[in-house]
Structures are given as C-alpha cells and as structure tokens.
Design a protein around this ligand. Sequence first.
Ligand code: UDX
Length: 437
Amino acid sequence: MRISVIGCGYLGAVHAACMAKLGHDVVGIDVDEQKIAALSNATAPFYEPGLVDLLEEVQLTGSLSFTTDMTAAAGCDVHFICVGTPQKKGENGADVSYVDAALYGILPHLKAGNIVVGKSTVPVGTASRLSAVVTGAEPLAHLVWNPEFLREGHAVADTIRPDRFVYGVDGGAEDHPAVDVLDEVYAAALDSGIPRLVTDHPTAELVKTAANSFLATKISFINAMAEVCEATGADVTQLADAIGMDDRIGRKFLNAGIGFGGGCLPKDIRAFMARAGELGADQALTFLREVDAINMRRRGRVVELARELCGGTLMGQRITVLGAAFKPNSDDVRDSPALSIAAQLQLQGAVVTVTDPKALDNAAKRFPELHYESDLDEAINGADALLLLTEWKAHTDLDPHSVGDLVTSRRMLDGRNILDATKWRSAGWTYRGLGRP
Ligand code: UDX
C-alpha cells in the first residue's frame, strides 16, 4: 500500500520505517527540514536501538522516503497522523494544534476510499470531531483512531509486534469499511496472531489514556508503599516481589524508585484529568492527582536521602549523578526525574557532575548550568557520593571494588533499587536504596 506518515518525531519516524519494513511504500512528511535531512540520510535525530539499521535497510529498497512537501501525501491510500500532543504551557491539557494542522494538511489530497489514521495520544472527543472534518472534505474517506503503545527503547519491536491493535472507527462496527484497509496495512502482524479490537472513536482514544494512567498508578502505588516502608523499616523490593507473585497483580511496573518521567506518562495523566474536568467527570480521576503528587515527592525524597548520605549537608559535596535520561536505552530527558534531581542538588549547594551514555547533549540543552562528563570513570573520580538514577547497563555493571578506588567516599544512593546491596556494603560502601532499610 502507499502510505504517508505525517510527523517524523519519535512515533512517526519509527512508524514510517516499520511500515516500510512490513512491505509498504512509505513517505514520511515533517515541517522540520533538519529532521527530514537526517532521516533521508538514514540518521535518527534521537537515540533508539535498532532504528538506524532499519532506516538503512528500508531506504536501500527504495520503499521509504522523507520530505517536507505535504503534496507527497497525494496518491497515498493511508495517511497516518503521528505528530506530538505536548502539555499546554501553564496548563494540564494537551495541545492538539499539531494534530489539527496535520489533518487539514492532508484534506486537499484525500480521495474516495482513503483512510486517515490517528496515532497520536489525544483528549477523548478529538477523533469524532476530526472524523466529521474528513467526511466533510471527502464523504468516502474515513478516520480511524489507532493508538500507539510503543515504549522508548523498544519502539521498533513494539511497532512491528505490538501486544494488540485497537481500531477506533465511527460507530465501532467490525464491518466498517476502514477496518479492511487497516487490516491490509497490518496484514503481516495480524497473520502472526496479534489480537485486534474494533471500537468506536472515544473508546479507542480512552484505551491509550487509560493504559498510561494504569501504568503510572502502578508505579506510584509501589512508590507510596516505599514511603510506608521507609517509615517502618520494611523493604519495598521484597514487598513488590511478594505481591507481584499474585497473577492478578503481576511484578512488572512495580519497581519503586525515583518515579516515572518521559514524554508520555506525566503529560498524559495530566491531560486526562484536564479532559475529565471539561467533561464534568473530574471526580472520577482525582486519584490521578495523587498519583502525580506521589511521583513528584520521590524527587524530593532522593535529595533528602542524598543530604543524609553526605552527613547532613549538601554544601560543597561532589556528587556524581549516574544517568540523565528518563530511562535507559533512550536519550530522552523530557521530565526526567534523574535530571530534575541533579538540578535540585546543585541548587542546594552540591557540586554535581552528570554522566549518561547517550543523553548528555539533550540534558545540556535543558539544564546548561550543570556539569556533564561523558567518560564514566572521569565522572566518578573524586566523588563524595554516587547517585544511580538511570539504570543503564554501564551503571548497573559497575564493580564496587574498582569504583571504590576512584571515589573519595564510598557512598552509593541507588535510586532504582537495582544494585546488589550486600555486594556493595561488603565492599565498604554506605549503600542506600529507596524504601529499603
Ligand atoms: C510509556 C508506556 O509504557 C507506553 O506504552 C506508551 O506508549 C508511552 O508511555 P515510555 O514513556 O517509553 O512508555 O516508558 P516506560 O517504559 O513506560 O517508563 C516510564 C517511566 O516509568 C520511566 O521513567 C521508568 O523509569 C519508570 N518506571 C517504569 C518506574 O519507575 N518503575 C517501573 O516499575 C517501571
């Protein structure tokens, strides 16, 4: 099929490459000339494992191109909208202006039988509104809402082999004409048995926000338990292992630590609360305010623990922060708890060095006042305390004995509860986790 992908950021660039890999003829369109130039040279403007290899592979076959020219959408059967929906400045709601602009950009090129497929995370109600715009321009074209569930760091695999496909169509009927078209797009994946659900527009939009809200709630639940463990001397890691053995609960996403960040969970739960307020259903989601508050409290808690670890004051203490990205295998620092903690430590008088395998350039743009060092040993050298805040393999593989020779004081605050506490303590380190004795 001939496919256009509007918006070539994280979601769109990966989606365009994966659609070409599935055998389609794909054009990626974006207004950002630098991004398009990079992608055209098979260079990803962000770090995502496997993406560059995939871009090279599909571009060699001639099935993927990139352009800033919207007229390239003409002649395509399927148009994916993959633009961002950032949090509005000073408000909780999502800014859907890029989605609207993408849709209106496609309209002049729509033909009978075409489908427009929204993948961006939008406030519920957006799809029905845009569906009317599509059919107003071309009565035989359709809008499908087909949310994306990809995780950064696993984006390629999550796009080619997602857990499920959700198609939100007008009326929600299985025999809606857009269903067959989208089935053809995803034929290879559907043939391998991946489930597909057809819903109406609002349900499809809500599937995405509900899934992210659930994940955020699960993380904040275990972080709330970490607070209780801190008050009682219990161990949140053992608690998570034990409750996670109950199939109904499950161990995944029960890692207590410095909390969630990134470009999705924090903004999506806020946008969901804002939308519920507009719909008069705000009471249903007041718990998400607490989920957000628990999450933000973790950052303050780490600063307090770091102060304790340094003997009661941060003034002049040389602290090395291991990690700037919001999670490993990503260079994304949007709402990164690691970076926010590093900035708070510096504000409170510590001399902070931040190291990260991939995210330092992005981090320096966001917090230029922090000191960054890409060489891990160099960053650790002479430190009074280490804070492991992003669990990159390079950080979790550190050997307490050899690292001990580099630092001034053997103090480790493990913000992800990922190191072997016994091993570090027996190597002479003062080790502190979160929610652990
Ligand atoms: C998330 C959703 O997982 C994905 O389905 C959606 O499409 C986009 O948002 P992503 O933002 O890439 O994906 O990251 P995810 O792996 O979900 O992690 C989010 C944050 O939660 C990270 O900061 C991570 O460190 C933190 N986290 C995760 C925890 O603190 N504890 C856990 O147990 C799991």
